[in-house]
Design a protein around this ligand. Sequence first.
Ligand code: HEM
Length: 385
Amino acid sequence: MSDPISQASALDFADAGFRADPYPVYRHLRDAAPVTYHEPSDAWLVARHEDVHRTLRDERRFSNGSGSRADPVVAVVGAGDLLNLDPPRHDVLRRIVRAPFAPPAVAELERALRAQVERLVAPLADAGAGDLAADVAWPLPVWTMLRLLGAPEADVPRVTALVRALDQPGGVALDELRRLRRYVEETMETTDEGLVADVVAASAAGELTREEGAGLVMGLLLAGTATVACLIANGALVLLRHPRQRQRLRDGSVTPAMTVEELLRFESPVQVLPRRTTVPVTLGGSTIPADATVLLLLGSANRDERRFVHADALDLGRRARGAVALGGGIHFCLGAALARLEGRVAFERIFRDLGPLELAGEPERLPSADVRGLLRLPVRKARSG
Ligand code: HEM
């Protein structure tokens, strides 16, 4: 058997087999090479929960900026994306957009969200078959984000198509990303509602530049769409494959909120988060040099048996505190309350009220190792289950 480091270097994030089931590789890394250099991506992989958790809270030594490397995706998204900023600028820009994401403001969306889920699920309920990923999981968060941003509902199909096309086997599709960025700029010219209007007003008041404003809005749109789509689609597939757990949701012995927490842990939509070291750092017994890329394997941390009992088992009743699916520290997911609400409302309607469903074909996986999710999930009503 070769040594753990060279085994880690054999890891191919683009491999379809790895993407279909990354968990055995993650387990190997946690056991044999918890912090290790991965030559193909010229990055350090961090696999254990304890190390990921600690790193997320150490924004001084682990920066969200791209350091000395130019990143083409960051160049298109723009300077104001919170995910690529460090303090103090990060904190200034986050304050500008945080109000609508606070739990009380998000709770006010519940009724409208339920009505929207109803509209999206209706064709499936009527026909007895449909695609839970393409027809429900993807359009729902796009509809929600456009509403929050103050963009017209009529744009949902166009934006959904762009967002679904972003992740490609070779990385992010830059043409689609540019189109989305132009869409954000147009919306900033035309709308006087919602978060976009708040950002335009803040830039008129000199709190941020217009360029930062476009990056900030673009970052929100990106962060709040594919992630939720993947939570709903992954969650739906997992529930279809675990009838006993699904029954617990249907008979009320676990709540939809508990279901969302466990699904976030079990099949984390964001599998990998990048950081950049600002100084040499010793972590998990390895020393990472300064200005190195670090990849935090959230999907691995959330399956770490050192942190979660029977980590590879789905247990909707587990009350999984400590999962890092939504990050931690100063970059903790701004949309956490919204993501949880969207997931709760979707799972309630699909699995508690719609009646038994079964798979009606092969699910199609999103071709990305960073974001775990599905593009297609064909289902039909089942006679029992
Ligand atoms: C299930 C769905 C979601 C998941 C799994 C998720 C996951 C995450 C994670 C892991 C981070 C931390 C990134 C880092 O530390 O570098 C994050 C940050 C963020 N998320 Fe979410 N997210 C979800 C939904 C949303 C939604 C609905 C929004 C709404 C706009 C949103 C907006 C953001 C923003 C703006 C940040 C950056 C915050 C900052 O840097 O201060 N997310 N999210």
